[in-house]
Design a protein around this ligand. Structure first.
Ligand code: NAP
Length: 275
């Protein structure tokens, strides 16, 4: 068996062409507001990549940069302004924010109609209930990738490793909505190897390089790796997998480009709904 490569980079590029055509139909250019708090270089790079993607599809962006000393109240005031700005149709608050800020309160202050990164409690709840909502961008991008490659989900056993509010939990809810049988693992899970060994679909969303070992994964599984670490490592070790699993996301070039694509795609949807 040769694993199918779930090429997020190629799919994102292809989808950008379709998004551009839809943007061109709009009278007013959609604008994504990005908020970066502090001076973390990785976060600055991620925000810039999102701004660049907006430019490629003809959307506008508004970049708000706040100092690392910003308080919760100051950030809430910024979000309030953007909520009330009719030119802005989507708001991205880059995670993580400095520790003195109540991140959950700030995420939840984003107007549901502009929550294009899918971070609000209300949006999560609606998505989990199967109601219309913008999904959290990384799992939403993963679902688009799996759909594009016609990966069968219904009835399959998916094991999601990680339970963060922006990745593991919404990923599990989306897979459940797609009729997977879902197991969520986390740092207190006993015998992670055993859980993963029973997975038809493994999602690594753990933030530790190659924590998930290749020999835990069963033959024929679908392997989705959300991690990215120095040296091109993911959260999942890939040694030997290419000859015995059904499909695998590359790192880089798998989940990352699809995350950005989900964000700009949902920004456009917001603009179309608000138009
Ligand atoms: P996070 O908030 O740090 O959450 C990590 C999760 O992993 C937690 O639920 C934690 O469990 C669990 N975990 C930690 N050690 C574990 C262990 N030994 N065994 C089992 N589970 C363990 O991270 P995140 O924001 O969800 O991100 C996860 C990964 O995805 C990171 O590599 C991040 O860089 C990547 N990511 C990629 C994108 C993208 O666009 N490609 C976007 C977002 C994130 P507890 O809950 O018990 O602590």
């Amino acid at each position: 068996m040769t694993a199918q490569i779930l090429d997020g980079k190629a799919l994102a590029k292809q989808r950008e062409q379709m998004l551009k055509q839809r943007v061109d139909l709009l009278e007013q250019k959609p604008v994504l507001a990005t908020i970066l708090v502090g001076d973390d270089p990785s976060s600055a790079t991620y925000v810039q990549m999102k701004i660049n993607a907006c430019g490629r599809v003809g959307m506008g962006s508004r970049s708000v940069e706040l100092p690392s000393t910003t308080t919760t109240e100051q950030l809430l005031a910024t979000i309030d302004e953007l909520n009330n700005d009719s030119q802005v149709c989507g708001i991205l608050l880059q995670h993580p924010v400095p520790p003195q800020i109540d991140e959950r309160a700030c995420f939840d202050a984003i107007d549901i109609t502009k929550d294009v990164d899918g971070v609000t409690t209300q949006g999560f709840g609606r998505m989990a209930m199967g109601e219309q909502a913008f999904g959290s961008a990384t799992p939403a991008g993963i679902m688009t990738l799996l759909k594009h490659y016609d990966i069968q989900l219904s009835g399959k056993h998916a094991v999601v490793v990680g339970r963060s509010p922006i990745l593991g939990k919404p990923m599990a809810a989306m897979l459940l909505n797609a009729n997977c049988t879902v197991t969520i693992c986390h740092s207190r899970t006993e015998d992670l190897a055993d859980q993963i060994g029973r997975a038809d679909i493994v999602v690594g969303a753990v933030g530790k390089p190659e924590l998930i070992r290749a020999d835990w994964i069963k033959d024929g599984a679908v392997v989705v790796d959300a991690g990215y670490h120095q040296g091109g490592l993911g959260d999942i070790e890939k040694d030997g997998l290419e000859n015995r699993v059904a499909a695998v996301t590359p790192v880089p070039g798998g989940v990352g480009p699809m995350t950005i694509n989900a964000l700009i795609s949902q920004t456009l949807e917001s603009a179309e709904l608000l138009a």
